[in-house]
Design a protein around this ligand. Structure first.
Ligand code: TXA
Ligand code: MG
Length: 355
């Protein structure tokens, strides 16, 4: 096992002290030399390696324990850098970049020969993202401009929203972590495929279907995103895995707040009698109602940004506290809520009870 170095960068820093600058430069040198560095982005922490180096991509898959058919996102820091890795830039990509880059959105485009098959899991398309987080952008610049970065979790675990969670999964498996505090959004970027006639959302995120449709006119959403009964395989290879999952069994309970709490309390009482450790993931308004062993608050019911930011941390804390049975409130699947529900459904293996 190698030692993973941690370097601190002040949370929300937009300019860097000489010490921070040196740390980011060292991280960039590590990536240029074929090493792996985890770093904050505005969505979740990424596990970065040189996207144009096949060996670096192999190392990323190995460090994550990720199936190698699940392609990586290439992170850039300037729109013009796209020219080297994409064979054709459609007008929609320019429009989307003008509206949402830098930011939490990834575009799927036809790849150029510069991108090794290892990075794209053998696909002839490449996922490209230009993040807004200042640490991410500086690191990409120091890394030669092209950083392949999946979320910095072991495959199947919730994406890390702080450096502590990165180390929980990756300590000794990667060279360095740039610790920039907790991330702002907390859920991964919106993935939109621009290689089909009508742009299609393959993974919902902070940039919503409504926002994209307002810009482009028609935008589709992969039918597998909010249901698992379509009989179709998701078009983003990563969406087919039971991702984002805590170790415990999890069920989402939807309905009027009082009935939801009654259902959960009845079931947690039965679970406890069977020796299970029970947990509830809920919102501030309803917290007092629950009688489970562990109750985690995601924030106010109407505060979607807080719910998103706290979700993965809550799932990880359930594991830390060795909860074996989790009940979660459900949320609307409109707007940004669609991304929240998509991740919750995946964590719960699509188990939903309506009361
Ligand atoms: O917010 C994010 O996107 C974070 C941060 C670190 O930037 N990264 C991230 O990467 O979530 P990852 O590897 O955990 O998820 C990438 C998703 C997967 O579902 C993958 O299958 C899909 O994007 N994807 C990547 N390349 C693709 C391609 N060429 N075609 C279709 N889907 C692709
Ligand atoms: Mg991931």
């Amino acid at each position: 096992m190698r030692k993973t170095i941690t370097e601190q960068i002040r949370q929300d820093a937009t300019t860097f002290t000489p010490g921070e600058e040196a740390a980011i430069r060292r991280a960039g040198d590590l990536i240029c030399g074929g090493g792996l560095v985890a770093f904050p982005t505005e969505t979740v922490y990424g596990l970065g390696g040189d996207a144009l180096n096949a060996d670096s991509s192999r190392k990323i898959y190995a460090a994550k324990g990720r199936p190698s058919d699940n392609p990586l996102i290439v992170h850039i820091c300037r729109f013009s850098d796209m020219e080297r890795i994409v064979s054709r830039i459609p007008e929609t990509a320019v429009q989307i970049a003008d509206a949402f880059w830098p930011g939490p959105l990834t575009m799927i485009l036809p790849k150029s020969k510069a991108v090794p098959d290892e990075t794209t899991g053998g696909l002839d398309t490449v996922a490209v993202r230009l993040p807004s987080h200042p640490v991410a952008r500086r690191l990409i610049e120091y890394s030669g401009g092209y950083v392949a970065a999946p979320s910095a979790n072991r495959s199947g675990r919730p994406s890390p929203t702080s450096a502590r969670y990165v180390l929980e999964d990756m300590d000794g498996r990667i060279d360095m972590v740039l610790d920039g505090g907790t991330v702002g959004i907390g859920l991964e970027s919106t993935v939109v495929d621009l290689t089909c006639e009508t742009p299609q959302i393959l993974r919902p995120g902070y940039v919503t279907q409504e926002m994209l449709a307002a810009l482009l006119g028609r935008v589709d959403t992969d039918v597998t995103i909010l249901r698992d009964d379509s009989g179709q395989a998701p078009r983003a290879p990563g969406m087919k895995y039971r991702h984002y999952a805590p170790k415990a069994d999890m069920v989402i309970v939807e309905g009027e707040a009082g009935r939801v709490a009654d259902y959960i309390n009845r079931h947690t009482a039965q679970d406890k009698a069977r020796g299970e450790k029970t947990g509830v993931i809920g919102t501030r308004e309803n917290l007092d109602r629950y009688r489970a062993d562990v109750v985690k608050c995601l924030g106010g019911r109407k505060d979607e940004e807080s719910i998103a930011r706290n979700l993965y941390g809550a799932l990880r804390q359930m594991d830390e506290e060795e909860v074996t049975k989790i009940y979660s409130e459900g949320f609307t699947s409109e707007g940004f809520g669609q991304a929240i529900m998509n991740r919750l459904l995946k964590a719960a293996g699509h188990r939903v009870v309506r009361v």
